[in-house]
Design a protein around this ligand. Structure first.
Ligand code: SME
Length: 169
């Protein structure tokens, strides 16, 4: 079961490499990354990036309904992932105290921080209308996609992605 499901992430990883190849702009790359995730993984109603902007996360490219533009670091699922510099997997958002409702249809959520050299640069956030949609296979798969996204940009040292950080401003 688990082995089969991890295959779900093999194609996105290959397609992501092709989509990112040669492109230094992190916003264009973030837009294509979430479009790929949203249209490849089943049962999502939202997929997007938030990027650190001082003490807040600010909305980046996404697919799905309009969402909150800013989330304080430490608040909600995304802000918690950023504050902990660790993935937060929420089987049922109704059980997560402080969950920020952007779309009332969202029932489960997975927030993966973008961590580079110990600095949190942002969060990749996925929402599903299904309870317990995400498990450890999704967590590992999305963490690998985030790692691939960061690794791609390392070849561009002046990329503005490296200037986004919760520890600046
Ligand atoms: N639910 C998130 C807010 C972002 S949206 O789901 C797009 C949270 O609690 O941080």
């Amino acid at each position: 079961m688990t082995a089969d499901k991890s295959g779900l992430y093999r194609d996105p990883s290959r397609q992501l490499a092709a989509l990112l190849a040669g492109e230094p702009d992190p916003i264009a790359n973030a837009a294509n990354t979430v479009a790929l995730i949203y249209h490849t993984l089943p049962d999502l109603n939202w997929a997007g990036f938030y990027f650190c902007d001082g003490p807040e996360l600010v909305l980046g490219p996404f697919q799905g309904k309009p969402a909150c533009a800013r989330i304080a670091i430490g608040k909600g699922v995304c802000g918690t992932a950023a504050a902990r510099a660790a993935t937060v997997l929420v089987p049922d958002v109704h059980d997560f105290s402080g969950h920020i409702t952007c779309d009332p249809d969202s029932r489960s959520e997975l927030a993966v921080p973008l961590v580079e050299a110990g600095r949190v640069l942002g969060v990749l956030d996925l929402d599903s209308p299904l309870r317990a949609r995400f498990d450890e296979v999704d967590q590992a798969g999305c963490e690998r996609l985030v790692a691939q996204f960061l690794e791609h940009h390392r070849q561009y040292p002046s990329c503005r992605l490296w200037r986004n950080s919760g520890d600046q401003k």
